[in-house]
Design a protein around this ligand. Structure first.
Ligand SMILES: [Zn+2]
Length: 307
């Protein structure tokens, strides 16, 4: 009786233990599965949405404005393939002769006094600068393209389409040449007028220009090693008026106009200027502001030091 009772208790205990084990094992099997679902679901969405919300915040940064002491800020506009000069701006521009040799060369009336002063001061240093090209109208730029296309068709057996495509590798489209802005000039010397190579860089005239052009508001527009930025090969003869303040600043910092515009946040993502946009209409003679004095004393001081 006693042993039977004990056996009964033992069987019950073993049975109860077995049941407990079963429940325990089953619960171990199912719990990881139920945990796996909530683990992945709530983690994903916040991880992705949070940075997406914070990222665009720094983007709307306005362009950096001109400092108060900057002169001729009207001249700080970009001309390249992304930023053409409107044809009527170019054609109606008020220009003035800056240099005469086999023909007269013109520039925007507001920039012309700076160029004339620079040529005159160089001459006092025994440096004779020769202008080979300055302002070009849109019609003139188109005529260069037309004659180049004709030449390629007549002499190189190209179709009109091929000739046009080939021409555009060397000649900029009307509107995209800085010469149409009236602010650029090709300056070389009487002993070196080579625009097929960069040999002008080895002349004393070039050396003088590199040192002094910024004092008159001019920058070397297409410097060596910056073709990827400007889209134009190194042109040691092509100088562009941007005002004295910016010419000195860009030269000191070794920046092209494109690089400076990007640095100032003046370009959109397609490279189009969003600030200092070329004005639609050229100024009429009534609108032209009085040209500020060129700091002649500084220039004279420099010259004395050099001699
Ligand atoms: Zn040029």
């Amino acid at each position: 009786m006693n042993t039977k009772k004990t056996n009964g208790v033992q069987i019950f205990v073993v049975y109860a233990l077995a049941m407990f084990l079963c429940v325990f094992v089953l619960s171990r099997i199912f719990t990881p599965k139920t945990q796996a679902l909530p683990e992945t679901e709530p983690v994903d969405p916040p991880a992705q949405t949070e940075p997406a919300v914070t990222e665009p915040e720094p983007e709307p940064k306005g362009p950096v404005e001109d400092p108060a002491d900057a002169d001729n800020t009207w001249a700080m506009f970009l001309v390249n393939n992304e930023n053409p000069v409107p044809q009527h701006y170019s054609d109606d521009l008020e220009t003035e002769v800056v240099y005469s040799s086999w023909k007269d060369f013109y520039m925007d009336s507001r920039a012309a006094p700076y160029m004339k002063q620079m040529i005159a001061d160089a001459e006092e240093d025994g440096i004779y600068l020769v202008v080979y090209s300055a302002y070009r109208s849109a019609a003139y730029q188109q005529s260069i393209i037309d004659s180049s296309v004709e030449d390629r068709m007549a002499n190189r057996g190209m179709s009109e389409e091929e000739a046009y495509e080939d021409t555009l590798k060397e000649v900029t489209l009307p509107g995209c040449s800085e010469h149409q802005s009236g602010l650029a000039a090709d300056i070389l010397s009487d002993t070196n007028s080579d625009m097929d190579t960069d040999s002008f860089k080895d002349t004393k005239e070039y050396e003088w220009l590199i040192e002094h052009a910024p004092e008159y508001g001019f920058i070397l527009r297409y410097p060596q090693g910056k073709q990827d930025v400007t889209g134009i090969i190194y042109e040691p003869w092509h100088f562009r008026f941007v005002g004295v303040y910016y010419a000195k600043l860009l030269t000191e910092q070794g920046l092209t106009l494109e690089e400076f515009f990007a640095q100032q946040n003046w370009l959109d993502e397609d490279g189009k200027a969003v600030y200092h946009i070329c004005p639609e209409e050229p100024p009429s003679s009534d609108d032209i502001e009085e040209v500020p004095d060129i700091p002649e004393e500084d220039v004279i001081d420099d010259e004395v030091e050099e001699i």
